[in-house]
Design a protein around this ligand. Sequence first.
Ligand code: WTA
Length: 661
Amino acid sequence: MSAPQDSSGTSANIDALLQETRRFPPSSEFAAHANVRDEAVYQRAHDDPEGFWAEAANRLDWFKRWDTVLEWNAPWAKWFVGGQLNASYNCVDRHNATSRRNKAAIIWEGEPGDTRVLTYHDLYREVNNFAAVLLDLGIKKGDRVAFYMPMIPELAIGMLACARIGAPHTVIFGGFSAEALRDRINDSQAKLCVTADGGWRRGNIVPLKDTTDTAVADAPTIEHVLVIQRVGPDIRQVNMKEGRDVWYHEAVSRESRRLVDPEPVDSEHPLYIMYTSGTTGKPKGQLHTTGGYLTGVSLTHEWIFDLKEEDVYWCTADIGWVTGHSYIVYGPLANGASVVMYEGAPDYPDKDRFWALIEKYAITILYTAPTSIRTFMRWGDEYPAKHDLSSLRLMGTVGEPINPEAWMWYQEHIGGGGKCPIVDTWWQTETGMIMITPLPGIVATKPGSATRPFPGVEATVLDDGGNPVPNNTGGNLVIARPWPAMSRSIWGDPDRYVATYWSKYPGLYLTGDGARRDDDGYFWLLGRVDDVLNVSGHRIGTMEVESALVSHPAVAEAAVIGATDPVTGQAIVAFVTPRGGYTPNDALTAELKEHVVRGIGALARPKRIYYTMELPKTRSAKIMRRLLRDIAEGRVLGDTTTLLDPTIVSQIKEQYESSEG
Ligand code: WTA
């Protein structure tokens, strides 16, 4: 890996961000009532991290207390060893046993406007019934269950039902293609796939069951497909394969409804697998376990979002990503929060849907992505202005660096002109929980900075030689100590876990992100320094898109890069060498884009495709993506002397520049 300054244009980011000097301390009103008011918490956690996390673990209900807080044989961590608990018990049963039983747990709104509110008691009943259905379908502790679902309450219910019986789930985002779904099911060896007859998106039906049918035709471990009826047969008929497919509403309406005791599992029992893109074509299944994960997400959720009993909390992510797992399902429900869940698109029926939801449910905490904020900015101030957003008291962002301009717009137009603190939270699928973030009652924010590591988290910035870089210099962001919610391994591939994260700096976790620290010790995230793109906050490996492209008969070779995009952060740009007999033209471009969508999903659709007879390669035949990035960013070309044929770059550059306008 090369240093971030010369690999992804981050030196330009550093310059821009260096000029950002605005500071926003919390109001005295907010600070006075914040959950965390004492700065000393940082020092305390730093001096005794294990004591700090052990205290945090006390917020959970354990069937059996742990013997050892941490067993650390780098890079293998075990947290709360000897302890036994159940995630579903912690998210549901224990609230059902208090006056929270009548509190709203999930406030759900479908895209067409239909609504459901589940109290903690409702959730308790539903999770038990779902768990009974799982058992009746032969799912046992340790079996994997895949979910390919719209954003409906049954997704959260189903995940909690899995946790109840100790069956790890793997949720695959509903925007992935059949091939992507199949690969993830096969990698996890799931026995059951839970899906729906459809979901609403921008007034259309996402045909999840049809896609599942294609995927599981090639997934030999799948015994059953459990289908939730979301849209109904008048809107969408689906095929039910005899013996394999089961309607959930039929399974649950028979004699099956019953209470299912939560299975006490070891603290390190797998809770879920979440696939994420890496630098090869094959996605990595991040394995998250129970006790440490739940401790981490529950504590961070309460402290960072300053959760109060009466809050109405809305995270706009899809549960198909880690953000939804940690901060829609496990963190908030472990904390007994009221969680808003919305099924559809932000511009349906109009571009003010989010603001209408905030007004309707008097939402107090909003957690969303910079790419959405930039989209709202583009749509215009009039949409939020139409609604009463005064219920909001805190807002968060996640998924990608937020540019100061978007940060300021968010504060001004959504946050009532500075009334709401903004928490810019940096973390990853691998980290499980938020790692760098303000604590909103203590830390003054700076637009564009995720500020400080959470108490107990030790982050640092190193150069390629492993030395700490001076302040205001970019380098590799590294986490120097184990933390409870960390991924424990890559499912089925521990060697890759070691190679990817723990071998550049042995014993230290390599994040793959570039960062710099300023003179106040604040962290400024500078984007990925590896071959992973961040498009609208979604991680996509360049290799995944390249393999999808070269699987098309017209493509001999492909190189994919991320070009800076004002709305999506990065946009996918592909350089393609066509095979003999194929003529590059608009029809081929359209076909190749669709081909990538079929292979991965719409989230990976290339924005632009360029054709070239040759890709720039080193003498050892390595594609020089860095030069392609320079071209796409309009930068002065870096060193081309190592190229096999230096004239190629200027040819590509000419073509790029002539087609751009
Ligand atoms: C990026 C999402 C800057 C980063 C939770 C990271 C961010 C990747 C931020 C993880 C942030 C996430 N500021 N960059 N606040 N949050 N990222 O696994 O590049 O989908 O490595 O997890 O998103 O994406 P993932």
